[in-house]
Design a protein around this ligand. Structure first.
Ligand code: ATP
Ligand code: MG
Ligand code: MG
Ligand code: MG
Length: 464
């Protein structure tokens, strides 16, 4: 018996095939005529397949007629044309094997629709819902497109370390990694924790970004990208911050800020094009149930160019907008979510790249402009989400980099290897970081970042 997925069995081309289908029951309805309709889903697509189970089946009375949502089954039978609405095919069962029942008294995913908050309590069961099936299929498509885009463009995929000593962003949001007993760590003569006795020999942390290591490889191999987990001890509880998220970080030797913006735009267009082409059924679902503007937003990404504005112009626009922002703006402050959304949604009505930020609010590694006040930074702001990409041209001049580090309280000795890249054959280079989950939020319209990652990590939430 040939195994078919629900997705395959729903195709007209499957009509006439003897097939084995395996999945989980969504609903069962018994007809007066002595048979039952059972809707089966196996996660390969949003839709179910309808199974027709005849009362003549030997286990009809004992098993088939007791199937409820969540039960797992194998069905052997023939795929036939269906007269039903919204389905070209249905499966006529010759045998039904029940693997596991799901007690309808306690199984939480009965017909009732649950809130996203409630579903987070069942992170182990929510993938069985339509919403999370659709989110995860789209997330998978985004990941695939990320690799396709960079691979086809000659980038080298790089794995950077998870455990590292450098705080790339300098934002003090790092998780410490140690084998020392936190209750009673060894101490030196001055009473400070003696990390030389630690497995890692010095303070170590979970990475907040693979960028610095990415630069090492870009300045030898040209075009590289990392795509891995990153960690930030975010103290805030927002709908777009996680403590553990996935980041895509290309880094390119001999690129300047212009090249970097072009790359970001081309990259986002490609990912969105792929999602539009390959996730039609799931996008229909998001449009109907989550965010009716999702396709329209995606269409704008593909069709037109992104808006571009300097930070200075963006601040001027915000100041004269007449909007009542919670956080007031003035030159020198970092943009908050509300400002980012105003710029992308109201002012430009499409993604906007803000570039050349004040040096004081950006990390040490960004290229300082001739004005001495701004750095060659760029953020891509997307309607609905705000910042999805942060990037910059990197400072390639040794002396400037050293003084920027000192200004920000970093010890250049700790970054001797990073400075070596400027000592020996330094080149202009640039790169950016895309938060995968922010991208998935953008393409699905999901309001909360906790609902676009399988197991969200937020303050107080790490059980499973
Ligand atoms: P934000 O201003 O939203 O806090 P950031 O400027 O601190 O973001 P970057 O250091 O520029 O973030 O990181 C690059 C990208 O990683 C961001 O543009 C965003 O898409 C994503 N990102 C950053 N922090 C988080 C987080 N805590 N959870 C999920 N994604 C994140
Ligand atoms: Mg941040
Ligand atoms: Mg930011
Ligand atoms: Mg940023």
């Amino acid at each position: 018996m040939q195994k078919l997925s629900v997705r395959e069995a729903r195709l007209e081309s499957a009509i006439g095939q003897q097939a084995r289908l395996q999945g989980w029951v969504r609903t069962r309805r018994d007809s007066k005529g002595g048979f039952s309709f059972i809707e089966i889903n196996d996660g390969t697509c949003l839709a179910n397949i309808q199974v027709i189970a005849d009362a003549a089946l030997p286990n009809y009375e004992d098993e088939v007629r007791h199937l409820t949502a969540g039960c797992s089954v194998t069905i052997d039978g023939e795929v036939k044309a269906s007269g039903g609405k919204g389905q070209a095919t249905e499966l006529h069962a010759a045998a039904v094997t029940v693997h596991g029942l799901a007690d309808p008294e306690s199984y939480p995913l009965q017909k009732k629709r649950h809130s996203m908050e409630k579903l987070r309590e069942w992170a182990h069961l929510r993938p069985r819902t339509n919403t999370f099936g659709a989110v995860m299929r789209v997330r998978n498509q985004v990941c695939r497109s990320v690799h396709d885009f960079f691979q086809e463009d000659g980038f080298l995929y790089l794995n950077t370390p998870i455990i590292t000593a450098s705080d790339c962003e300098g934002a003090g949001e790092m998780f410490r990694v140690t084998t020392l007993d936190p209750a009673d760590p060894p101490r030196n003569d001055q009473g400070a924790v003696d990390y030389t006795q630690d497995f890692f020999d010095r303070p170590s942390f979970l990475t907040v970004s693979g960028q610095l290591e990415g630069e090492v490889y870009a300045t030898a191999l040209g075009k590289v990208y990392t795509f891995g987990p990153t960690f930030r001890a975010e103290n805030s509880n927002t709908s777009r911050h996680l403590a553990e998220f996935w980041m895509v970080e290309p880094e390119v030797a001999f690129n300047d800020l212009e090249d970097n913006m072009d790359l970001a735009e081309r990259f986002l267009k490609r990912v969105v094009t792929d999602v539009l082409e390959n996730c039609e059924e799931d996008l229909d679902f998001f449009e109907q149930r989550i965010d009716k503007e999702v396709r329209e937003r995606l269409g704008k990404i593909v069709a037109g160019g992104f808006a571009r504005t300097t930070y200075t112009d963006a601040i001027a626009a915000l100041e004269s907008s007449g909007e009542a922002f919670e956080f007031p703006v003035s030159w020198g402050v970092d943009l908050q979510a509300e400002h980012e959304r105003y710029l992308a949604e109201k002012l430009h009505g499409r993604p906007v790249i803000v570039h050349d930020y004040p040096a004081t609010i950006k990390p040490f590694y960004m290229r300082v402009n001739d004005d001495g006040r701004t750095v060659r930074a760029m953020d891509v702001l997307a309607p609905g989400v705000g910042e999805i990409i942060g990037g910059s041209q990197r400072e390639e001049r040794l002396d400037v980099l050293e003084s920027r580090m000192s200004e920000q309280g970093l010890n250049p000795d700790d970054y001797w290897w990073y400075l070596d890249l400027r000592r020996y054959g330094t080149v202009p280079h640039a790169g950016f970081g895309l938060g995968l989950e922010r991208m998935v939020q953008f393409v699905t319209g999901m309001a909360n970042i906790r609902d676009v990652i399988p197991f969200p990590r937020t303050p107080g939430n790490a059980e499973f």
